[in-house]
Design a protein around this ligand. Structure first.
Ligand code: R5P
Length: 317
């Protein structure tokens, strides 16, 4: 199939139209015309309002809250595109909801991240483009190509520009330590690790230990997502108790529960830096929260996928 740039079409689900608009501005193309709404019986309905026959179609939809509605709408959009004879369909999921349910770590529990992968494939997605999956192994839940981007260069560039001396990067749990190691390397800083324990299935955690030398340093915590804010705010407390002078936070996905912004506002953090993989509405923003745009990275990746150029080269000089 011969694909040319005029045949690239980018559509938006209803989860994050601002991000889709910013990506299309980067690509210098209009957002594809579509509509999505619910009938009185709560059934989602979608219509693609332009010809997409044999086009290279990208549908941007982070599966953030309301997760099930956003996921179902994405599946229905993929189905509509497939039945409209799109040439190739890429589901662009800047945030992959259900990513945390990625293993059978208790008896009789689902692996919903895998179920979502099966649903996307059954709906007709040909490829997935996503950012900072909760666990890299989720890529392997798919039998179609998955391009996983990382927001790390965007976050580290922001902190490099601050020229903080005596910085220590802190992984807020052991699971994120490998990625935090990369952040530390890129900022030329040492790494410390917080040992955290999740308490049951109720979004609560406790900190057991700070591993590494943090006394007298400025700490930068790193995590993939912030939900209730409990993990990072408890980490900030533990770091202040361990003698850090200042503490900053960075994370890719601002999933932010209703309480999270208030908890962050009262925390020890100087600043919490996130990206816009998930929308952060005005009522969830405050003076401590900085949102960096992921749109140029996403736009560039879409262009490279469309043209058959390397996506990996985006991250290696
Ligand atoms: C968990 O393993 C993740 O990496 C995050 O630490 C977690 O999703 C953050 O959740 P919360 O903000 O509710 O502590």
């Amino acid at each position: 199939m011969d694909l040319v740039i005029d045949e690239l079409k980018v559509f938006s689900g209803t989860a994050h139209p601002e991000l889709t608009k910013a990506v299309c501005d980067y690509l210098d193309i209009p957002v594809g015309k579509s509509e999505a709404f619910k009938f009185a019986n709560d059934n989602t309905f979608v219509r693609i309002l332009e010809n997409i026959r044999q086009r290279d179609v990208f549908i941007i939809q982070p599966t953030c809250a309301p997760v099930n509605d956003n996921l179902m709408e994405l599946l229905i959009m993929i189905d509509a595109c497939k039945r409209a004879s799109a040439g190739r369909i890429t589901a662009v999921m800047p945030y992959y909801g259900y990513g945390r349910t990625d293993k059978k770590d208790q008896p009789r529990v689902p692996i919903t991240a895998r179920l979502v992968a099966d649903l996307l494939t059954a709906a007709g997605a040909d490829r997935i483009l996503t950012i900072d999956l909760h666990a890299g192994q989720i890529q392997g839940f798919f039998n179609i190509p998955v391009d996983e981007l990382t927001a790390m260069p965007i976050l580290t560039r922001y902190f490099k520009a601050k020229e903080i001396s005596d910085l220590v990067v802190v992984a807020v749990d052991i699971g994120i330590s490998k990625r935090a190691r990369d952040v530390a390397e890129s900022l030329n800083a040492p790494l410390a690790i917080i040992e955290k324990r999740r308490l049951g299935n109720h979004d609560r955690t406790e900190i057991l230990n700070v591993i590494g030398d943090v006394h007298g340093k400025t700490a930068l915590t790193f995590d993939d997502e912030i939900l209730t804010g409990g993990t990072v705010v408890n980490a900030a407390k533990a770091l202040v108790d361990a003698g850090v002078t200042e503490v900053f936070c960075c994370a890719t996905h601002p999933v932010f529960s209703k309480e999270a912004p208030g908890i962050i506002a009262k925390s020890n953090f100087q600043e919490v830096v996130v990206t816009d993989t998930v929308p952060v509405p005005a009522d969830k923003r405050n003076g401590k929260i900085t949102v960096l745009s992921i749109a140029p990275l996403l736009g560039e990746a879409i262009l490279r996928i469309h043209k058959g150029n390397s996506v990996g080269d985006l991250f290696h000089d």
